[in-house]
Each structure stands twice: as C-alpha cells, then as structure tokens.
Ligand binder design. Structure first.
Ligand code: GLA
Length: 371
C-alpha cells in the first residue's frame, strides 16, 4: 500500500428528461448526466477508519469502519459513510482512507447531489482498496446505501446515470434489467434547467409514501394478475378493469406510473427520429400527470413550466427529479437560450419574489478518475 498516493474521482449530477417516479416501479427513465459534479480526493490511512472532509460545509468527520453502531444523522456525511458501510457489508473490505469532498451540484434541487457524492465516494473507495466491482453493481450498492443507511427508498436512476452518462446523449434505461439505449441529443439543443429555489427534502416521507402507494396498487392487482410484480407489468387497460377495487389516490398514482412508462418509450422513439416537437409534447403530458395524478409538483414548479413553455424556441418543459420543489427541465433551441433565460428570470421573480438560478447544460460523461 502506498500511503502517500492521492487519487481524484469525479461523479456528475443528472437531469431527468422524462420518466419520473417510474424507476422504483421497474419502469423506464431517460436521464442525462450533467456537467455539474462532485469530486472526491482520496488517500490511504493505516487505521481502519475514514476521515472525511467536506469543503462545502468546511467540516471534518471521522468514523471507525468497525463500529457496528453507526447510524444516519441527517448530515452530509450520511452519504459517504453509508456507501462505505454498504461496501463492507457486501463483503468488499475497505482500506482506511482520508477523503476530501467538493460538490458543485446544487443541493436539494432535484439534480441528484446525493447520487453524485455517493458515486464519487464509491469509485474512490473501491480504487483505493484495490477492489474490482462492475459499474452496475456499484450503482446498486450506492442505491442500497441510500435506501438502507440514509433511509430514502430511492430507485436506481440517479446512481446509474452518474456512472453511465455519456456526453451529448440521453440514456433510456430499463430499471428492471438495467439494459439501456443511448439516444443522441441534437447539437443545437440545450437542456436548460430552472431552479425554483424551493428546496425539497427527498428523504421526507412524501417520497416514501408514493412508493408505498405504488406497492399497495401492485399488491391489489397481483391478486387477479399473478404475473404482476411491479407497476411495470400492468397495462392501462388492466388498471381500468380493476379501478373500482382501488383506493382513488392509489389508482391515480398507478395511472401516472403506467402512462409515464409509455411516454418514455414514445419519447425514445421521437428522439431517435429527431422529432423534438413530439418529444416536447410528451414532456408536457408528463408534467401534467406528475402534477395531477402523482401530486409531486408544487406551485413554483407549475409556474416555472407555464412560463417556460410559452417562450419561442422551447420544445418542452416539465418538472424534473423527485419533485416538491427543485427544478424544471426545458428543451430549448440554442438560438433562443438567451431570450429564454431573461424571460424566465424576470417573470418568475416578478410572480414569486424568488430569483431563480438558470443552468444552461449539455449532457456530460459519467463518473471517472481525474488523475
Ligand atoms: C429521485 C430518486 C430517483 C427517482 C426520482 C423520481 O431523484 O432518487 O430514484 O425515483 O426521484 O423520478
């Protein structure tokens, strides 16, 4: 072991173009990695311990990797510590290490700052411990850290795209098989992300509640349809046939997921044909379904979408990520980006007194070692 060697890893946040709250229903999603990242600098320690310093919070924590009593504290360090514990518990012995973390993904904005820190940490710990684990497994381990240690029952989308993202491409991921298709994003299009500046708390009960409602729907329908193990397996016709036995809210949650899966597949075909108008329409339908059936939008997100979609050069606009605040994603012709930025800022601020942040992005590469 070379105690002096320092290595640096980077993992990006993401924006989801379409396919929201479908990943934990074994469905389809279409995210792209962003050019916002989290960096982890790592070097080995002799002791079986992690020293983790966050530049963003200007704070250092220390944990013994053999400590059986570590629990989440609702603290930034829950993510890297959770990843380390999950690795060890899965039988991947870690070397002690010092980690220095710097993140530029806006926190709590639906752009997956949590997946970025998890994935950058997992890449750093694995390399520093001379382990070989394939990237799909790494994504699953990070998801497990968030599910079991942090306590947010998130799906696989964010961790997966943070590892598998590719420049200029959206990724159509089947969250059941983890097979994916790369879809080219036209060069004259920008992914413009508008931050409502209202933060969400993903670990909050509303996300886990949605997940439980979907599971309730599946449990009911599986009584009649034995091959159904997730909403992925249910058609809209089957849902309608069993609607009378379902709680009205659960019915609408299921309807969102089932129709959203269909929209993702149609959006994939539209992108392959270069049909951005159709893609944009599907984004609009997705937003309405998230607002009315899944009820994870917010007044600010709805307003931001309304402002964005009427501006010239905008193909589509919708909320992105878990919801309850955070960001919208807009597909905008690059010739109209400046006008878009000005109008959204002005109109949103006028209506809410909040000054939005607007990020003009292109799809970027997934996690990598920097040097
Ligand atoms: C969060 C979760 C994802 C996914 C989205 C909603 O980003 O981390 O797994 O469920 O919400 O699509």
């Amino acid at each position: 072991m070379n105690a002096d060697k320092v290595r640096i890893f980077r993992a990006p946040g993401r924006v989801n173009l379409i396919g929201e709250h479908t990943d934990y229903n074994d469905g389809f999603v279409m995210p792209a990695a962003l050019d916002f990242s989290t960096w982890v600098k790592i070097s080995s320690l002799e002791e079986h311990r992690l020293q983790i310093f966050s530049e963003n919070f200007d704070e250092e924590i220390e944990v013994e990797l053999d400590d059986q009593n570590l629990v989440a504290r609702d603290h930034w360090s829950d993510y890297p510590v959770g990843v380390a514990l999950v690795l060890e518990r899965a039988g991947h012995p870690l070397r002690g290490a010092r980690l220095q973390i710097r993140g530029e993904v806006p926190i709590g904005s639906g752009l997956s700052s949590s997946a970025a820190i998890e994935v950058a940490t997992v890449c750093a710990l694995v390399a520093n411990s001379d382990l070989k684990i394939d990237s799909r497994e790494l994504a699953l381990l990070c998801q497990r850290a968030e599910n079991e240690f942090v306590g947010a029952r998130v799906g696989i989308m964010d961790q997966f795209i943070s590892l598998f993202g590719q420049a200029s491409k959206a990724v159509l991921l089947d969250c059941r098989s983890l097979e994916f298709r790369l879809l080219p994003l036209p060069a004259n299009i920008r992914l413009v992300i508008c931050n409502t500046m209202v933060k969400h708390a993903l670990a909050s009960s509303a996300y886990n509640e949605r997940r439980a409602q979907c599971e309730g729907g599946v449990a009911y329908m599986a009584k009649f349809l034995p091959n159904v193990t997730a909403l992925r397996d249910v058609t809209i016709k089957q849902l309608e046939e069993h609607a009378s036995g379902l709680d009205e809210v659960v019915y609408r949650r299921c309807r969102h997921v089932i129709t959203e899966n269909t929209r993702v597949l149609s959006a994939g075909d539209a992108l392959e044909r270069g049909d951005l108008d159709r893609f944009g329409e599907l984004m609009g339908e997705s937003h309405r379904s998230l607002r009315d059936d899944y009820e994870v939008s917010s007044e600010e997100l709805d307003l931001m979408v309304e402002i964005g979609k009427k501006i010239e050069g905008v193909y589509g606009a919708r909320m992105t990520g878990g919801g309850f605040g955070g960001c919208t994603v807009n597909l905008v012709a690059d010739s109209h980006v400046n006008e878009f930025r000005e109008r959204v800022s002005r109109e949103y601020e006028r209506a809410t007194k909040l000054r939005p942040e607007i990020y003009v992005c292109t799809a970027a590469n997934g996690a990598e070692e920097i040097f």
